[in-house]
Design a protein around this ligand. Structure first.
Ligand code: FAD
Length: 541
């Protein structure tokens, strides 16, 4: 490896690496690290903790059935209804039942959830929830407030060692056992690769939104965690189910600022450029219909030139800066005053229901590998996530993983780091950003809100080309994640939840099962589809 002797890696303070390595400094990773304390753990994260994470951008809050009259059964019923036939009921039941405890954990870490005059937690309502059950902070600042409290708690927990500026690239395995992880030190342009030998790896590396051209996610959300697990042979579940948020602000910014669902909860309406409300034609709940239905309505209105706008002028009006400061700032940056004018909106890739298949303890199909947060597929969301259930899922499963690891490996050991070159893996950046641009365009065009076999085969053909050109391991991981999403979307010949096929527009009861795929299953199928797309007049698969 070039430059290792001159590099300050590993830092002089390192004597070894803890036997639990958590990849990701978002809510799932940090909550897991705190729950494992006082056991020493190492958190590896590309961006500084709290940055480069969707968690810090969450606007709505966390769903928890803690209000008067609300029940976990009602929360479960709403979760199942949104999930469109694919929710794993046992998993979802456990998740909603643990919400109360986990919210109290967050309060213990200092999260300043909004309270009413009597000191009770204030609850708001979001689309497809039958009750007011979202705990929030400062209107739309839940994510940044939760992460600020957790980052402060982590920084003062001596058992947590944080490696910021280190990007995980590859799992190391011995048969079915994950034995370590290869990370790249990106600080100061060093680009040195190191092997961290561990007994447990927790992947909490977030979602896939940034594989799309229009997304609400930070650029770090490129499916690298999913791809690393897939390359090591782990089972990937439900990869085809990507949720598109219907109301991203359409002002040409990347990522696109989000106009939170809570605005529609407050009465904001979706209109076309003639000022006509159109969502009631699609669903009796109109603006509060499930996300996939609203996203499709907005997508179609834009596609046929009618345009789509979120009109908050009456429902929120002059209170906008106080009630929704984050959205207000995002709109003003884009030159839109949301108190006075309708906000132009577009659907944007927002959340991945699919990911690394895990069981109720967060264990993947590989020994020594756990996953939590958006990178994992627990089955709690089915084909479509209910708003504000993802932060909940992240903390519930992070806590479960901490318990599981503590039970399986009660004694902490310092394992090893290796300062030796692990292999020659060039981090050649030349021409690589053009590959990422092509990948993102392809995902939005062919693997987006509405899909069909021809487009998916074409996407797989393009990804095969891009894979051959990608020389950077991170980029390779991004292409593999994209390929798995497209292949799973091609395999599901129906429309359900976040997955809509114009060539199979109906939901097929015979396909009401979750999907499971390894990279080994995906590769021949992707190659065949790519080949059929390359042939003139390829028949639809
Ligand atoms: C704008 C927006 C608003 C949202 N609002 C809500 C809401 O109100 N309620 C709700 O429940 N959900 C909401 N969500 C979804 C929710 O925020 C995410 O699903 C959740 O925060 C995911 O948490 P996580 O810890 O799994 O991932 P993240 O918070 O994204 O963290 C992933 C971490 O992994 C790091 N990472 C990634 N790849 C690597 C690598 N190769 N090596 C090292 N580190 C890596 C990243 O830098 C980051 O630190 C929202 C999402 C967005 C984008």
């Amino acid at each position: 490896m070039s430059g290792t002797t001159a590099s300050p890696f590993p830092p002089a303070s390192w004597r070894g690496i803890d036997d639990v390595v958590i990849v990701g400094g978002g809510l799932a990773g940090l909550f897991c690290a705190l729950k494992l304390s006082p056991r020493p753990v190492t958190v590896v994260t590309g961006a500084p903790i709290g940055e480069g994470a969707s968690s810090a951008w969450a606007q709505g809050g966390i769903a928890a059935a803690i209000g008067p009259g609300d029940t976990t059964q009602a929360h479960l019923a709403d979760t199942i209804a949104a999930g469109d036939g694919l929710v794993d009921v046992k998993v979802a039941e456990a998740m909603v039942a643990e919400a109360d405890q986990r919210i109290h954990d967050l309060l213990g870490y200092g999260v300043p959830f909004d309270r009413d005059l009597e000191g009770a937690l204030k609850l708001s309502r979001e689309a497809a929830h039958s009750e007011r059950r979202i705990v929030r902070v400062g209107g739309d600042m839940a994510g940044s407030a939760i992460m600020a409290a957790l980052v402060a708690a982590v920084r003062k927990t001596p058992s947590i060692r944080i490696l910021e500026g280190f990007v995980a690239e590859q799992l190391r395995c011995d048969g079915r056992y994950v034995t370590g992880i290869v990370v790249r030190d990106l600080r100061g342009g060093l680009s040195a690769r190191m092997l961290l030998t561990t007994r447990a790896v927790v992947l909490a590396a977030g979602g896939v939104g940034s594989l799309y051209e229009v997304t609400t996610n930070p650029s770090e959300a490129r499916g690298e965690g999913l791809a690393m697990a897939a390359r090591a042979g782990a089972l990937i579940a439900d990869a085809e189910f990507v949720q598109f948020h219907p109301t991203a602000v359409d002002a040409g910014l990347d990522p696109a600022p989000l106009a939170t669902e809570a605005l529609r909860g407050e009465g904001a309406i979706v209109v076309d450029k003639a000022g006509k409300r159109f969502l009631l034609d699609l669903h009796p709940d109109g603006e509060l219909a499930p996300r996939d239905i609203v996203a499709r309505g907005v997508h179609e209105a834009r596609n046929c030139g009618r345009g789509a706008f979120l009109d908050c002028t009456k429902a929120v009006g002059a209170d906008f800066p106080q009630k929704f400061p984050t959205v207000h700032a995002g709109c003003m940056t884009a030159g839109i005053d949301p108190a006075r004018q309708p906000i132009p909106i577009a659907p944007a890739a927002h959340y991945h229901m699919g990911g690394i298949h895990v069981d109720g303890a967060g264990r993947s199909s590989l020994d020594g590998l756990w996953a939590c947060g958006e990178v994992a597929a627990t089955g709690a969301h089915g084909a479509n996530r209910l708003a504000s259930n993802s932060l909940l899922e992240a903390i519930v499963f992070a806590a479960r993983i901490a318990d599981d690891i503590q039970g399986l490996l009660p004694n902490h050991k310092v394992v090893a780091w290796s300062g030796e070159a692990v292999d020659e893996a060039p981090a050649d950046a030349d021409g690589q950003s053009a590959i990422m641009t092509r990948l993102r365009q392809t995902m939005s065009r062919h693997v987006g809100v509405i899909r069909d076999a021809d487009g998916l085969c074409e996407a797989l053909r393009i990804f095969a080309d891009l894979e051959a050109q990608a020389r950077h391991p991170q980029l390779n991981n991004a292409v593999i994640a994209a390929r798995m999403i497209a292949a799973a979307a091609l395999a599901r010949r129906e429309s359900r939840g976040g997955h809509q096929r114009s060539d199979f527009p109906k939901t097929d009861p015979a396909q009401a099962q979750r999907s499971f795929m390894t990279l080994a299953d995906c590769s021949p199928m992707a190659a065949e589809a790519a080949q059929s797309a390359a042939m003139p007049h390829a028949p639809a698969a």
